[in-house]
Design a protein around this ligand. Structure first.
Ligand SMILES: Cc1ncc(COP(=O)(O)O)c(C=O)c1O
Length: 451
């Protein structure tokens, strides 16, 4: 980065989710160009973006279908809202496409600008529906430790990560239940099915303790993403659903990451038999080319929302720029390309090779766990494999690994003691090899240093 830009940057830019000491030491990484699954920094260096940016650039960084859709929509009408019954053709067409491709047929689509806003919207829907059912006391929302639901006040409040304590969270009517990560939280000698029974019985105890008549909904990602790609035991969601049904609690599936293909089925809810009342999604809808999110209630919840809205004659909620016609035109092009344009079939074809290469690291003496599904994966690095003992935190092993990866030309994401992989859906098998060959070199150099 040139000196002038660096001065502007240091003077004026405030980062989220970035290590300030790292930035002070190494400066920011400025990305100036994208081509397919690669991005280029301001010195011309090329990187394979193995996290699709933030899970979202699933069509890569130069998709002409999305770009053309944006340009034509900018020319027709570039900005309009969806309040007071107004709308655009693109928003209606995208809503129809999402509704038809979702596992909640007959449900309607409420647009937002982000995943966090989609989750906030789903919570308001749950409260409104419970109230309309005569269950005013049902205010509490259950979430899982390790879950990530965003950064708005409610999104962060539902996020089971310690860093939100700086905001005095969690507060109010939010309660946390277990993270379904068997490798990390299973007791010594406990089988996976015993672990599952234990966390389901903990969920029942929590609901009983709080009083079922005070609980509105549970929110869960089909696969915990930012929590480290945690794939639940196979019977987890059917058992959770059974418990929630027993206590008349709604289930919100946060498919901000898993919606539209990431797990190898179009929706994570299908892969893991989630059977949700409301789905939220965002990242893949526009592949990151525009901020769009959506809350998608089932047909039954949609009908109940209509009824609940009748008092005020409206659903009193919305965002100025949500349903923007340019965002929706891009969404229409992107979702069509994923669902009907061959991207999903490419994904399905590449997944076995991706998972095979990922799982090869399972034999490494410093790999504690390899986990993943579809085109998402994580490798947990440990000092001692048998004891699941991490390296000393003073040597930030995953950050060092990500930096070594960067030097090898790949962008991977460090989380805790793991690194995450979630490449664009358009990746091919050779590029999967390029990614894991580079990662293997990065792993060796990082471990050589830590000794
Ligand atoms: C599962 C999940 N939910 C919600 C969000 C928040 O989405 P956004 O950053 O668009 O608000 C994210 C973002 O990573 C996510 O992974």
């Amino acid at each position: 980065m040139n000196k002038q830009l660096n001065e502007k940057y240091l003077r004026s830019f405030l980062h989220g989710f970035s290590s300030l000491s790292n930035i002070r030491q190494n400066g920011p990484q400025i990305i100036t160009k994208g081509e397919g699954i690669y991005v280029f920094d301001d010195s011309g260096q090329r990187y394979l973006e193995a996290n699709s940016g933030l899970w979202n650039a699933v069509l890569g960084f130069s998709d002409s279908t999305a770009i053309d859709a944006a340009l034509s929509q900018f020319e027709a009408i570039s900005s309009y809202h969806t309040f007071f019954g107004r709308n655009s053709i693109a928003a209606i067409e995208l809503a129809e496409l999402l509704s038809n491709s979702s596992p909640l047929p007959g449900g309607r689509i409420f647009f937002t600008n982000s995943g966090s806003e989609a989750n906030d919207t789903a919570i308001k829907m749950a409260w409104m529906v419970q109230r309309s059912r005569g269950e005013k006391g049902r205010r509490k929302i259950l979430a899982r430790r390790g879950g990530y639901h965003g950064t708005t006040v409610m999104g962060a409040n539902l996020t089971g990560r310690d860093y939100n304590r700086v905001f005095g969270m969690p507060f109010g009517d939010v309660r946390f239940t277990d993270c379904p990560h068997y490798w990390r939280y299973g007791f010594d000698g406990e089988t996976e099915s015993e672990f599952l029974e234990r966390i389901i019985s903990n969920l029942i105890q929590l609901i009983e303790l709080e009083g079922p008549e005070t609980v509105a909904a549970l929110i869960a990602e089909p696969v915990l993403g930012a929590g480290g790609v945690i794939v639940p035991p196979e019977q987890y969601f059917p058992k959770v659903r059974e418990v929630l049904d027993r206590y008349k609690i709604l289930l919100i599936a946060d498919e901000v990451i898993t919606g539209l293909g990431r797990t190898g089925t179009l929706w994570g809810s299908e892969k893991f038999s989630v059977d949700p009342d409301i789905i939220t999604t965002s990242k893949c809808v526009t592949a990151g080319y525009y901020p769009v999110g959506a809350a998608m209630p089932s047909a039954e919840i949609t009908a109940e929302l209509d009824k609940a809205s009748s008092d005020l004659d409206e659903f009193p909620h919305g965002f100025t720029t949500a349903g923007n016609p340019v965002g929706c035109a891009i969404g229409l092009a992107v979702v069509n390309k994923i669902v009907n344009g061959g991207v999903f079939s490419n994904l399905v074809e590449v997944i076995p090779h991706f998972q095979k290469r990922l799982n090869e690291f399972n034999n490494h003496p410093h790999v504690g766990e390899v986990r993943g599904v579809g085109l998402m994966g994580a490798i947990e690095v440990v000092k001692n494999r048998d004891k699941k003992l991490p390296f000393d935190p003073s040597y930030d092993v995953s950050e060092n690994l990500a930096q070594a990866g960067y030097r090898e030309g790949i962008i991977i994401r460090p989380i805790g003691n793991a690194v995450l992989f979630a490449p664009p859906f358009i990746i091919n098998k050779n590029q999967v090899d390029e990614l894991f060959d580079a990662f293997s070199r990065a792993l060796n150099t990082t471990l050589d240093r830590v000794g």
